[in-house]
Design a protein around this ligand. Structure first.
Ligand SMILES: [Zn+2]
Ligand SMILES: [Zn+2]
Length: 312
């Protein structure tokens, strides 16, 4: 098997693109896909300051690496959730990448430790408020990333969601006709109101295995295990189903998700945009000032309940 581009020995085959690449051409292909995502979805420009949400996993570290190599101004935020050795090991991967690859290019790593700021690890917090760990984690991460982006005046927040993540989420939303969520499934969510950072997903054109290959070929050491608290059984099932379809007919995932984006962009000009809908329902949280649809945002409700467990 030879590289489609340069005809030397290929190291990876990409059936959905009818291509195979050597290490150099594959790295170039990955960079091109991200560059295409950024420009076609008008995510950000070379002067914008970007905050990447990093977890220590392959997707977010690859994203930080690619943005820096493409010449963007990208810093990162790591949230330590206090999940025993898992958090320690993932923090160590992030720290090493930051030191060796990001710092030399002038990029900064911000860190937030849930045990210090929220007063307990994620498991204890979830128990105190009688909610699943993953939803508690989601509430805290969303809040802290948005807060960091606003406080440090970043123009945009970037997350490492890939094609597999977005296609699985889309399948779930379609199966249950969650139209409200469908509206927010694009890779570019504008800063609809004051106090909300713009959010983008520059990896939506790349599959999970392509990002794993990118990390391995480029010497990026990442944490392989999933978070031990992750339930997400349904998401995993959707991913499995999509992988079976992909094996049978390569390109299914991208046809599904990119096709959805196409339809969405044509619809957006005709109907009320998401920004307008958000502006109509969001206002500042009475406690912290971040935008929310309720009187008090879900993060502040969580923290209030964690402090008075009997009231839950
Ligand atoms: Zn090549
Ligand atoms: Zn609040």
């Amino acid at each position: 098997m030879n590289c489609t581009k340069c005809k030397t020995k290929a190291v990876i085959k990409l059936p959905r693109h009818h291509a195979a690449f050597c290490k150099g051409c594959f790295t170039g292909f990955v960079h091109d896909q991200v560059a295409k995502a950024i420009t076609s979805q008008k995510m950000f420009g070379k002067d914008d300051r970007i905050l990447v949400a990093v977890s220590g996993g392959k997707d977010s570290l690859a994203l930080w690496d690619i943005l820096l190599k493409l010449g963007y101004k990208a810093d990162a935020l790591y949230v330590n959730l206090g999940i025993g050795t898992y958090s320690e090991r993932s923090q160590e991967k992030v720290r090493r990448f930051a030191e060796a690859a990001a710092a030399p290019l002038g990029a900064t790593l911000h860190r937030h430790t849930v045990e210090q700021e929220e007063g307990a690890g994620i498991r204890e917090l979830a128990q105190l408020v009688h909610r699943p760990t993953c939803s508690t984690c989601g509430t805290i991460k969303r809040y802290q990333f948005n807060r960091a982006a606003i406080e440090h005046e970043y123009d945009v927040m970037a997350t490492g969601h890939n094609l597999d993540d977005e296609a699985a989420r889309l399948l779930g939303n379609v199966l249950h006709w969650q139209e409200e969520y469908l509206d927010k499934q694009g890779p570019n969510l504008p800063a609809s109101v004051e106090g909300f950072a713009k959010k983008v997903k520059p990896l939506y054109r790349l599959a999970e295995r392509e990002l794993a290959a990118y990390c391995i070929l480029n010497g990026i050491d990442y944490i392989v295990d999933e978070c031990p608290m992750a339930q997400g059984a349904r998401t995993l099932l959707y991913k499995e189903v999509l992988n079976r379809l992909e094996t049978e007919s390569p390109g299914t995932k991208q046809t599904f998700y990119w096709g959805f984006l196409d339809k969405q962009s044509r619809k957006a000009s005709a109907s009320t945009t998401m920004t307008e809908k958000d502006q109509a329902v969001l206002h500042p949280c009475a406690t912290c000032g971040q935008p929310t649809t309720a009187e008090v945002c879900s993060y502040c409700k969580l923290m209030a309940r964690a402090k008075t467990p009997s009231a839950s």
